[in-house]
Structures are given as structure tokens and as C-alpha cells.
Design a protein around this ligand. Structure first.
Ligand code: GAR
Length: 193
């Protein structure tokens, strides 16, 4: 694979870990905050993967956070590394439209979302599926667009909701599926880019 891949993380990095174990060549990892994904996973990779935390001025809906400036900073950083494909793996910052422009990374940003889109968009997807009473949820791998949790779907897989499931147990079973499906989907996407 000759495409240069960057993975963006904010959390435990278990999807990133699965990609590394799958042997997916990853050229750069970027986090928007200190997190296990950047501290543990990138350092344990052999050879270690270049990694950076691009800190935000604030998290949540803080006024100090300038989304456009942050997105420009990240975009510039990725371009300087010669990145071709941007993989969001539990990255929790919503990026502004400029990165999705064709002259930057439009059509080349992938996202995974823990629901069967278009159902249960947003950052409470697992909780919302559980609360809704549906018996099946799952995961979606899609091309990201400026509209959050939208964009062309590349792969989906169902996960049944079991009696006694909590948000934690259900999300972990969804992630088990994502850890196999995401690396496979990235490889297929990169091969056809
Ligand atoms: C995954 O379930 C991924 O689909 C989800 O975050 C988890 C990351 O897990 N992504 C989103 O919710 C994006 N809105 P990890 O931190 O263990 O890799």
C-alpha cells in the first residue's frame, strides 16, 4: 500500500491498536487531547509511529475553542506529513468544512460510528440505541463529510442487543466488530483511491 495514512484519536485507541496489529501501515497518529491512544498505543507499536497531540484551547462547547483555526492547524499538519488518507478512530472533535474541501481531504477522510447509520447519529449512539428498545444495532464505516455522521457508507455490520446489556457491554461488542471491519475497509478503500 503506497498511500500514507494518519489516524486521529481521542480515547482508548483500541481501534488504532487493532489497525496496528492488523499490520496496516500507519504513518502518523494525531490526538486532540492526552489519551491512552496516543500515550500507550503509538509507543507500543514496533516501530513506534510518529505521534502528536494538537491541543485544543478548551473542550466541550467552550468559547475559547476556535474550530476553524484548529481545523486549519490539523489540515496543515497532515499535509506537511504528506498524508493521503485520514482515519478517524474515536476522534471526538468535530472539524470545520475546510478539511472536507477537495483541495484538502475531501473524500479521503474515513470515520467509524457505533450504530447502523443513519440511525443514532451523535456522540451518544450506543446509549440512544439501548434506550430506544431496538434489538439490533451495529457499526458503520463511512466517508466523512462536513455533516456529522453522514457521508457515503463503505461498510456496516449488525450487532445484536442482548438482555442485560449496559452501554459499556454493548459498546465493547460493537468495538470487537469494528476492530476487524475497520482495518479491512481501510485497506479496500486505499487500494481503490
Ligand atoms: C468506536 O466505537 C468508534 O466507532 C467511536 O468511538 C469508539 C472508539 O473506540 N467513534 C465515535 O463515536 C465517533 N463519533 P477506541 O477509543 O477504543 O478506539
Amino acid at each position: 500500500m503506497n498511500k500514507r495514512i494518519a489516524v486521529l484519536v481521542s480515547g482508548t485507541g483500541s481501534l488504532l491498536d487493532a489497525m496496528i496489529k492488523d499490520g496496516l501501515p500507519i504513518d502518523l497518529v494525531v490526538a486532540d487531547r492526552p489519551c491512552r491512544g496516543i500515550d500507550v498505543v503509538t509507543l507500543s507499536a514496533q516501530p513506534a509511529i510518529p505521534a502528536a497531540v494538537l491541543y485544543r484551547a478548551s473542550y466541550g462547547k467552550g468559547l475559547a475553542f476556535k474550530r476553524e483555526l484548529y481545523t486549519a492547524w490539523l489540515t496543515d499538519f497532515l499535509e506537511r506529513f504528506g498524508i493521503d488518507i485520514v482515519v478517524m478512530a474515536g476522534f471526538m472533535t468535530v472539524l470545520s468544512p475546510m478539511i472536507f474541501e477537495p483541495r484538502h481531504y475531501g473524500g479521503r477522510i474515513l470515520n467509524s460510528h457505533p450504530s447502523l447509520l443513519p440511525l443514532f447519529k451523535g456522540d451518544r449512539a450506543v446509549r440512544d440505541a439501548l434506550a430506544s428498545g431496538v434489538q439490533i444495532t451495529g457499526t458503520t464505516i463511512h466517508v466523512a463529510t462536513p455533516e456529522v455522521d453522514s457521508g457515503p457508507i463503505l461498510a456496516q455490520e449488525e450487532v445484536p442487543i442482548l438482555d442485560g446489556d449496559t452501554e459499556g457491554t454493548l459498546h465493547e461488542r460493537i468495538k470487537q466488530v469494528e476492530r476487524v471491519l475497520y482495518p479491512k475497509t481501510i485497506r479496500a478503500f486505499a487500494a481503490h483511491l
